[in-house]
Structures are given as C-alpha cells and as structure tokens.
Design a protein around this ligand. Structure first.
Ligand SMILES: C[S@@+](CC[C@H](N)C(=O)[O-])C[C@H]1O[C@@H](n2cnc3c(N)ncnc32)[C@H](O)[C@@H]1O
Length: 332
C-alpha cells in the first residue's frame, strides 16, 4: 500500500487537523487511511462504497462505516477521494452539509484527468465557499467550507411505464434512475430462462431493475452488488421482493447452489476500464451454478468474453445490437 500523488497532495492540503472527528471517504486501498490515522489517531471513520475497498480500509485498523451518512455524522473534517460521478459527489456533499459538524471543512482530491469543472458548482450547492488548489503531479484538490442548508433529493426515483416499475437510485448507483441500453436488451431475453424454484441471482444489481423483474417470475431471487449505494437502491426498487447482498461477485455462494445468474457485469473498476472482475465472475459462475444452470449475460460486443463463456458450457447469442450481445450459457 503506497500513497499516490492524489493522496500526497490531499495530506499536504489538509491544513490544521480538528480536535473532533475526521471522515475519510473513497480511499480505495487504505494507504491514505493509514496516513490520516497517523495524524488524527482514533478519530477517523472511513467509508467506501465498495465492500472490497471497505475490507482494505478495515485492515488498516481504522473504524469503518458501511453507511455514508454514519461516517459523515459529526465530522469536522471530510477527506474525500473524488468519485467519478457528479451524482455520487452531490450525494456526499449534501449528506456532509446535513449531518457533519457546523464548521466542517471538506478537502477533496482527484486526478486532474478525472475531474471536471462541474465538480465546483456541485460542491457549491452544498457549501458557501469552494476553491481549488494548485495542481501537482496531475492531481488537484478542492476545498469546501461553510455547509449550506440543503435538501436531500437522494435517493431519486423515476417510474418507467414500459416496465411498470419505479426505479430508485442513490448518487453512486450505475445509470441513476435511467434504464441502461444493455440492460434493456437483456430484459428482452429474460423470458428465455427456464422456470425454476431454485436460486436466481442478479449479479451486479445496480439499482435493482433486473432483480425486480426477475422477482415477478421467480420465487427465490438474490440481488448482489459490491456497492453500498447499489444495494440500498435495489432494496427500494424491489420493495422487499428479493434478498440483497453487498458482496464481491459470487464468492459468498456455495458450489452447485444457483439455478441461474443474470448479469449486466461491470467493465469499470473505479475510474479504469478492466474486464478482470467479469472474467473472474464467469469462471466462478461455473462453480456456483448447478449442472444445466444458466448464465444470462449482456456485454459490449468488443469484450473478450465469448471464449470464456464457451469454456463454461454451451453458449448461444440470444440478441445483439450495434453495441451489445446477450448470451445464454448452460453449464456443462
Ligand atoms: C453495468 S452495472 C449493471 C447494473 C444493473 N444490473 C443494471 O443493469 O442496470 C454493473 C454493476 O456491477 C457492480 N459490481 C462491480 N464489481 C462488482 C463485484 N465485484 N461484485 C458484484 N458487483 C459488482 C457495480 O457496482 C454495478 O452496479
């Protein structure tokens, strides 16, 4: 675990540490948590949307909160690794303005290439004063102070008449309240799944659209996502009709225990594109699926998943458009 240039700039820009609580949000690997804990001792509470990063934070010994609002409550200083999504930033900023200390300061850093000018007005909706540091090593820090009295629109919701479904979304959830084009193509093929009383898993459930639709037909649906925002959104979208788990892929499922996995898998990890988690998930589907169990998946046609799926079992392409393929694999 080593500090990267954003971590180092954040540490140099922290200013005088308060005597009260410090919230650390968005540190992926724990290096920053370690460094902030050395400065602030036991007053640090850390949160990351991903359970994988949450575990890395816990290994540093800092107190960890799976709830964003709990981590921010009473904080006098918020140290933030900027999320790539403006909606995620908006929810963090509004939550901080509502529940942190009245004199809270927010110090938020990121890689310049992942930052946009729109981040300043997003922060300015929740804080009176927002200013940027000088850039260093392709990194920059935004300082915000003077929390405003703000409304909390998160989670947002939208009714989709075509699905007869109200979709709820926290700021960090994939696609917000929209229906992703790949997800729409996959929805058109859900009827191809065999009937089953067994476990049906929506892997990487996001706002829970697929899980909610699957629950109309299958009695035993579990929605899994690594993201706290996704799981909280899914609970609302599915209105208690499915079980939810915040977990890394299929790791928590036993061998031969799942009748079908349905997924629009991730192709981003944080700010980088990476197919490794999805390739691992395809391999793991072979472990958790019962013989003849099904994997229904949508993915960008240029991604190298077909050979891996074929290794798992008989694979057919059910639908395609200019961007996406929907495949069905039956475990051999
Ligand atoms: C492309 S989105 C699909 C979301 C939703 N199923 C939909 O169709 O709108 C992929 C989802 O996978 C989740 N994810 C990423 N890595 C994961 C992992 N290792 N285990 C479980 N979920 C993961 C992301 O948080 C994201 O919600």
């Amino acid at each position: 675990m080593t500090l990267d240039p954003v971590d180092r700039l954040l540490l140099d820009e922290l200013g005088e540490l308060p005597s009260g609580r410090v919230a650390l949000i968005g540190d992926e690997h724990g290096a920053l948590a370690d460094a902030v804990a050395q400065l602030a001792g036991g007053r640090v509470v850390a949160h990351h949307d991903s359970v994988v990063s949450e575990r890395a934070l816990a290994r540093t010994g800092v107190e960890v909160s799976p709830e964003l609002a709990t981590a921010l409550t009473g904080a006098e200083l918020v140290v933030l690794r900027l999320p790539k999504s403006l909606d995620a930033l908006d929810e963090i900023a509004r939550t901080a303005a509502q529940v942190a200390a009245a004199d809270v300061r927010l110090v938020a850093g990121g890689r310049t290439k992942h930052m946009t000018p729109s981040m300043n007005p997003v922060l300015a909706m929740s804080f009176e004063t927002v200013r940027a540091s000088l850039g260093r090593q392709k990194s920059r820090v935004l300082h915000a102070s003077g929390p405003r009295t703000v409304e909390q629109p998160w989670p947002k919701h939208r009714h989709h008449d075509d699905l007869d479904l109200t979709v709820y979304a926290h700021g960090a959830a994939f696609a917000g309240t929209r229906l992703d084009a790949g997800t729409a193509l996959l929805i058109g093929q859900l009827h191809r799944l065999e009937d089953t009383e067994g476990a049906v898993v929506d892997l990487g459930c996001g706002t829970g659209i697929l899980a909610a639709l699957l629950a109309r037909r299958f009695p035993n649906v579990t929605a899994v996502d690594v993201s706290a925002a996704a799981v909280a959104s899914t609970r609302l979208t599915t209105a208690g009709t499915v079980e939810t788990r915040r977990a890394d892929g299929l790791t928590e499922f036993a061998d031969d225990s799942v009748a079908a996995v349905v997924t629009n898998p991730p192709f981003h990890v944080g700010t980088t594109k990476d197919s490794t988690p999805t390739l691992a998930m395809i391999a793991d589907a072979g472990r958790v699926l019962v013989p003849d169990g099904e994997l229904l998946m949508v993915f960008n046609a240029h991604l190298p998943y077909l050979p891996r799926l074929a290794r798992l079992g008989r694979t057919e392409i059910l639908a395609r458009d200019r961007h996406y393929l929907v495949t069905r694999t039956v475990r051999g």
